[in-house]
Design a protein around this ligand. Structure first.
Ligand code: F6P
Length: 381
């Protein structure tokens, strides 16, 4: 019998975190289960910092459905299996502090831990599951790159924000006869760029999965010009790379050891500069950044997050631990964390992936690729 459960939100924030939390808490309360939330992801689990969550009148998990961010915070640098500590000599050391987390879960009497996060978060969740903890994962990320699910929560909101940006770039680009470049997030996957380009009617979408030839992009823009279209909108995923180049890294993050510490960014300004040189037209770049993560979730993400949260709690009640709730063939389902983390290890060689990561990337037979090509969106090849 499940009595007490805990939630943690981990990794970069997305719109929908709170909607998932609310879904879990409401389902828990309706089944007589108490719900708690660790503060700032795995950091809170390590420090044993948590709060009680409640949707009772004036409860902290009440009225949070439309709220961006996470009421229990989140952490992007808390790999507790390889945690950065400063030793007595003042030097940095990395330690496996996961046993302390296991003790905290056990001593507090938590019967299940819900891990809301992307691939890194779910890898730790899988490792806690191996250590005997009852874990259920919920797939979060604007990048939509978690394996075994068709969609992650937060992604649809990011695409909507990017679509609105494209709409706005269209009107200013048209007025000034410019090439307007929009750099969007997505890490090593092109989902946001591709879907937003289709939704916003962009002319070009450059994604990591298809290395681009800038001359082909310039040709597309010059042809548009010949047809009397004196402006173009180009969407570039931050992880896009030229056929003769590499992914552009803006800097390094301090997310821990054994995880991807690269901060991508800078391809948008480069593409704008090169297109200006090749076409003789004026070009401007806009980097959308954290706008894609903040703010209220779309209706789609509110519903998806509620489906995920409630399904996660139902799965816990059924005792089906060690799984991630997923969407499969359009329906709520679940997949083992082992498959989510471990499948397709061969992609580990791809630039940017850590050996054990298992990112879901855009495949060439995806409907989005076919759709984009059919309506003449140039994919840089
Ligand atoms: O994974 C989500 C994401 O927003 C990526 O799209 C982006 O590359 C990265 O996080 C930015 O991370 P940080 O919050 O560390 O700057």
């Amino acid at each position: 019998m499940l009595k007490k459960v805990a939630i943690l939100a981990n990794g970069g924030d997305v719109a929908g975190f709170n909607a998932v939390i609310r879904g879990i808490v409401k389902t828990a309360e309706n089944n007589g289960v108490e719900c708690y939330g660790f503060i700032d992801g795995y950091n809170g689990l390590l420090k044993n910092e948590y709060i009680k969550l409640s949707t009772a009148e004036d409860g902290n998990a009440e009225g949070i459905l439309p709220k961006g961010g996470s009421i229990i915070g989140s952490s992007t640098n808390a790999n507790v299996f390889n945690y950065k500590v400063i030793n007595e000599n003042g030097n940095i050391e990395y330690k496996d502090l996961s046993d302390r987390c296991v003790e905290n879960i056990k001593n507090n009497g938590f019967d299940c831990l819900f891990t809301l996060g992307g691939d890194g978060t779910q890898k730790s969740a899988r490792d806690f599951s191996t250590k005997g903890i009852n874990v259920i994962g919920v797939p979060k990320t604007i990048d939509n790159d978690v394996a075994c699910t068709e969609i992650t929560f937060g992604y649809n909101t990011a695409v909507s924000v990017a679509m609105e940006a494209i709409d706005r770039l269209h009107t200013t680009g048209e007025t000034h006869h410019r090439i307007m470049v929009l750099e969007v997030m997505g890490r090593y996957a092109g989902w946001i760029a591709l879907e937003a380009a289709i939704a916003g009617g962009a002319d070009v979408a450059l994604i990591p999965e298809i290395p681009y030839d800038i001359k082909r992009v310039a040709e597309k823009i010059i042809n548009r010009r010949k047809r009397g279209k004196n402006f173009s909108v180009v969407v570039v995923a931050e992880g896009a790379k030229a056929t003769d180049g590499d992914i552009i890294v803006e800097g390094l993050r301090d997310n821990g050891k054994g995880v991807d510490n690269t901060k991508l960014g800078g391809v948008g300004p480069l593409v704008a500069k090169q297109l200006e040189e090749l076409t003789g037209l004026e070009a401007r770049n806009t980097t959308l950044g954290y706008m894609q993560r903040g703010g209220t979730p779309t209706a789609f993400d509110r519903v998806l997050s509620t489906k995920y949260g409630t399904a996660a709690m139902r799965l816990a009640i059924e005792g089906k631990f060690g799984n991630l709730v997923v969407i499969k063939n359009g329906r709520v389902d679940y997949a083992s964390l082992e498959d989510v983390v471990g499948q397709n290890k061969e992609i580990g060689a791809v630039s940017g992936n850590t050996l054990e990561s298992n990112l879901r990337k855009v495949t060439m037979d995806d409907d989005l690729v076919k759709t984009a090509r059919s309506i003449g969106i140039n994919l840089g090849d």
